[in-house]
Write a protein that binds this ligand. Structure first.
Ligand code: ATP
Length: 192
């Protein structure tokens, strides 16, 4: 079983398309007491905190409603990211470890987190969930609110670009976990 040593502090950037199992992995790690629930932040969580729950699932709304919500959503989203980054920066300064749960498929999203860690003088690592496209699509079909084939395929394409790019982006370490990744995360500090 592969072991991944977590840094004592800093940022763990999860990278993977929808249905790659990011939230599932985090839930497992919390369940096994490897991490605490408070060590995870996500843009969804912050969208909810700054804008209440109506913006979290706007994509699942009928098109007419979604269009109306979209402008609000953009504004709430921008504020949610600001709030999340402020929280991350604070935690970095306190030498806390924080996982960021989002797809992180675009270089600018990853770059912001790398920059934030640099400014706070803490390590930043990438944990990449590499799941074959057909598995992503199968899982999407099983979901209560499927993301849709087209979106999953588009993300899978973008993920291929991501895989090529991350080596040179400035992560202190990056770990590509191939489906069905048997892996244990070990940390030097006790989370509890
Ligand atoms: P999103 O970015 O859309 O939130 P995600 O990467 O966080 O997606 P999850 O929410 O963890 O993905 O999982 C998506 C779906 O895939 C869920 O229905 C989940 O049960 C299933 N799934 C996740 N991991 C596995 C796994 N290892 N084996 C089988 N099914 C899985």
């Amino acid at each position: 079983q592969r072991e991944i040593q977590l840094p004592h502090a800093g940022i763990v950037v999860l990278i993977g398309p929808s249905n790659s199992g990011k939230s599932t992995l985090l839930a497992e790690l919390v369940e096994k007491d490897v991490i605490r629930a408070t060590e995870v932040v996500s843009s969804d969580q912050f969208r909810m905190l700054v804008g209440d729950d109506e913006y979290v699932e706007w994509r699942q709304r009928p098109r007419s409603e979604a269009d109306v919500l979209y402008a609000d959503y953009q504004q709430v989203s921008a504020k949610a990211f600001e709030a999340m980054e402020a929280m991350l920066a604070t935690r970095c300064r306190l030498n806390k470890l924080t996982w960021v749960d989002a797809t992180h498929l675009y270089p600018e999203d990853r770059g912001r987190l790398i920059e934030l860690a640099r400014k706070s003088h803490v390590p930043v690592i990438a944990v990449v969930l590499d799941v074959p496209e057909h598995v992503l699509l199968e899982r999407d079909d099983q979901r209560k609110h499927p993301r849709g084939r087209q979106r999953v395929k588009q993300q899978a394409q973008q993920f291929k670009r991501t895989l090529r790019a991350i080596r040179d982006e400035g992560f202190d370490a990056s770990y590509v976990l191939k489906h069905p990744y048997p892996v244990t995360f070990v940390r030097t500090t006790n989370p509890l």
